[in-house]
Design a protein. Structure first.
Length: 193
């Protein structure tokens, strides 16, 4: 498989974006773009946790419903969810109905809510590695790094769940802490804090 794909607009992109309009938008507008803010990063962390074992396009297609039923991923609101909310979520075919992941999201929200404003953002970004050359091939893109392992360990030490090293590396990619756009992709650029 070629590392790059020429899109309908003539731009060279990472081949994983394919031709799906939602994947193209995600690649062009979100993936690898520095993201800050406790709420925004809590949402990314939650969705990456739901993605574990599934394809990311599944999560992207369900994201509007996730946002609706998880109160816009406002940690204060999600932290207040009770057993009735869990059952409501388990009955909603518009999201991933995995009880462990739902309970983890609610528990993680309570942990974020207990942090000082900006603390989650600062904590996550403290693990961003130094800029490195862009990968030439997808084979050069790791699934886990020392930084994602350290981030996972720090979060688990605080009680967070569904934050394994691979999931945290995906978060780092998504939130722009690393730049894994392959060489030649129009979107590549250095990650910035």
């Amino acid at each position: 498989m070629s590392e790059l794909l020429i899109g309908p607009d003539g731009r060279a992109r990472c081949a994983w974006a394919g031709a799906d309009p939602e994947y193209l938008r995600y690649h062009d507008e979100e993936w690898g773009t520095p993201l800050h803010g406790d709420r925004a990063l809590f949402e990314k962390m939650s969705l990456e946790g739901f993605q574990a074992g599934l394809s990311w396009i599944t999560i992207l297609r369900k994201r509007p419903r996730f946002r609706e039923v998880f109160a816009g991923f406002d940690p204060a609101l999600v932290a207040a969810f009770d057993d009735a909310d869990v059952e409501r979520l388990m009955a909603d075919a518009g999201i991933i109905r995995n009880r462990a992941k739902i309970l983890a999201t609610i528990g993680n929200a309570a942990l974020v809510q207990a942090m000082a404003p900006g603390e989650l953002d600062a904590l996550l970004w403290s693990f961003a590695p130094p800029a490195r050359p862009r990968p030439v091939t997808f084979a050069e893109v790791p699934a886990v790094t020392p930084e994602s392992s350290a981030m996972s360990k720090a979060l688990r030490g605080r009680g967070f769940r569904f934050v394994g090293p691979t999931t945290m590396y995906a978060l780092m990619q998504s939130a722009g802490m690393v730049d894994d756009h392959v060489e030649g992709c129009w979107r590549g650029g250095a990650a910035a804090a």
